[in-house]
Design a protein around this ligand. Structure first.
Ligand code: GDP
Ligand code: IMO
Ligand code: MG
Length: 429
């Protein structure tokens, strides 16, 4: 079996897009299996920088087919805008290059409205969502009132489902939140126009995934978000509404676990998160500001500044366990260059007791004080390294410790945003 999963091992924005693009060379398929256009994946190739939200990062590679799988929620407008943007950037985005699952759920205008107004209503308890309608769309899916791509392609079915849903949503928008009702005809007509553009891309994508896996060709599953944003294993309720972990691949792409050969966890050499919720190693001082500026830690999707902190190995150890990671890709080693002393979290102190696990209770997590081990830093020569051996000695000591602590080997080291600035440590990937 040939499936290789690329997931985020932290709170998202670890560099999954860059690593997926790097691994996509020689791949037959690249499949997104969860999330939607809440994701923002930046991929730099040569002097070009691509911003992807819904479309798999494999699209930059001429030779592979990209799939938006069953578990993804699709905003048709966002899809159309992104395909047009990529074509303007000179990429081919045709149905021979990109497919959409007919089982994916569709993000409707009321999902976006509800995402916005429910966040407002939460006030100081807000999650800090991207307001793309992701949560409300997954809510309808699980409540069994969602509208799928296959419904959009049947005008009569779509009309009935939209009518039923809109009646309830308008009542919620108006009566619970005091918002403005949405117009049926406007949504219907707009979505019928979208359907005409989407139709050539739509198919049962599980067939292609099955064939790719069966033939033994390289098949990549690209995660969005990250382990700590998983609705079950993340920092609930400050999470997204899908399963970014490797387990999400099976339901979101339509394959069984035996289709997966390996799983790479992408992890920054430090930690960041956007949105609310506890973050034990967060740096609210000058060092946090320095990392944010040096690493250009601003969100690709919302432009919000990312909260920055030291590397947390309790989190990484947890991600290795939850996703059965077979290796790690460590990114942004160059961002830490020039810092004299680096800290790495190796445990938490919770109410006077040392713990070595990631707690489920957010109240406990908020009380956790990180216990640090210090490391000597390295200089900017790190960005020029073309092989593992060329990395500065202290960077190698840092990486070795990550491997030892997590019990997971490092297969890729990234020392800059560009495709070229990537060191493949494990040739078998
Ligand atoms: P994703 O959501 O996991 O794909 O990550 P994002 O694209 O949101 O954020 C990662 C950012 O870091 C992007 O701007 C990348 O271009 C950039 N990046 C990735 N790897 C490296 C690296 O090794 N060094 C530096 N300096 N930037 C990197
Ligand atoms: P990529 O794929 C970082 C965060 C939001 C918020 C929470 C819920 O680029 O790593 P949602 O809109 O999903 O309901 O928001 O999840 N979030 C992300 N954070 N990277 C992402 O994607 C994210 N997608 C969602 O900030 O805290
Ligand atoms: Mg991102």
């Amino acid at each position: 079996m040939s499936g290789l999963v690329v997931i985020g091992a932290q709170w998202g924005d670890e560099g999954k897009g860059k690593i997926t693009d790097f691994l996509a060379s020689g791949a037959e398929l690249v499949i997104r299996y969860q999330g939607g256009n809440n994701a923002g994946h930046t991929v730099e190739v040569g002097d070009k920088s691509y911003k992807l939200h819904l479309i798999p990062s494999g699209i930059i590679n001429e030779d592979c087919l990209c799939i938006i799988g069953d578990g993804v929620v699709i905003d048709p407008k966002a899809f159309i805008d992104e395909t047009e943007y990529l074509e303007r950037e000179g990429l081919r985005v045709t149905p021979s290059k990109l497919a959409i699952s007919d089982r994916s759920h569709i993000i409707m205008p009321y999902h976006k409205v509800l995402d916005g107004i429910s966040e407002e209503k939460r006030g100081s308890q807000s999650i800090g969502t991207t307001k793309k309608g992701i949560g409300p769309c997954y809510m309808d899916k699980h409540e069994r009132s969602g509208i799928r791509v296959c419904d959009l392609l049947k005008p009569e079915v779509f009309k009935e489902k939209l009518k039923a849903s809109l009646e309830i949503k308008n009542s919620i928008i108006k009566n619970i939140y005091g918002g403005e009702e949405l117009d049926f005809n406007e949504i219907y007509n707009t979505y019928m126009e979208y359907a005409k553009i989407l139709v050539p891309f739509v198919r049962d994508t599980t067939v292609e995934v099955y064939k790719g896996i069966k033939s033994g060709k390289k098949v990549l599953f690209e995660g969005a978000q990250g382990t700590l944003l998983d609705v079950d294993y993340g920092t609930y309720p400050y999470v997204t509404s899908s399963h970014p972990i490797s387990g999400g691949v099976c339901v979101g792409a339509g394959v069984g676990p035996t289709a997966i050969k390996s799983a790479v966890g992408v992890c920054k050499a430090y930690t960041t998160r956007v949105g609310e919720g506890p973050f034990p190693t967060e740096l609210l001082d000058e060092m946090g500001e320095h990392i944010r500026e040096k690493g250009f830690e601003y969100g690709t999707t919302t432009g919000r500044s990312r909260r920055c902190g030291w590397l947390d190995l309790i989190i990484l150890q947890y991600a290795v366990r939850i996703s059965s990671l077979t290796s790690l890709a460590i990114t942004k080693l160059d961002t830490l260059a020039g810092i004299d002393t680096l800290k790495v979290c190796v445990g938490y102190e919770l109410n006077g007791t040392m713990i070595d696990y990631f707690p489920a209770s957010l109240e406990d997590l908020a009380q956790c004080k990180p216990v640090y081990k210090e490391f000597k830093g390295w200089d900017s020569s790190v960005a020029k390294a073309k092989s593992y051996n060329e990395l500065p000695k202290n960077a190698k000591i840092y990486l070795k410790f990550i491997e030892e602590f997590t019990g997971c080997k490092i297969s890729i080291v990234s020392v800059g945003p560009n495709r070229e600035e990537t060191i493949l440590v494990d040739e078998s990937l």
